[in-house]
Design a protein around this ligand. Structure first.
Ligand code: ZN
Length: 114
């Protein structure tokens, strides 16, 4: 089950789609791949596709080795789950953002301001 979920996530990332998990028992939505619901422990989960639109819940910036600014934080998606995310540009808490996949072979979700 866990392998299936991870495989589905990879496929969706490859097609530039943002997956999330929805528990069909209690309705809880979450992002990080697991094979049980963190809220009710049910294994009745569905992988769904998010619209990839949400708002910035928290944001921090730091500098990498090359002194380049990196923006990182948490996005709260419309479907009701939160995920850690990289931002393409600096954002503020409450800003609306949309997912954008970067990278050629392994696609990584970033967020840009709408
Ligand atoms: Zn549940």
């Amino acid at each position: 089950m866990f392998e299936e979920i991870k495989k589905k996530y990879q496929e969706m990332f490859g097609n530039e789609k943002l997956p999330y998990l929805k528990c069909t028992r209690c309705g809880h939505s979450f992002y990080y791949p697991r094979d049980y619901c963190p809220k009710c422990r049910s294994r009745e989960l569905e992988v769904r596709e998010s619209r990839g639109v949400g708002s910035v819940f928290s944001m921090t910036k730091f500098r990498d080795r090359d002194n380049k600014e990196i923006y990182y934080g948490i996005v709260e998606l419309e479907e009701g789950f939160r995920m850690y995310a990289n931002f393409i540009v600096p954002v503020e808490i409450g800003d609306m953002v949309r997912v954008k996949f970067l990278g050629k072979e392994s696609k990584v979700p970033f967020f840009e301001k709408i």
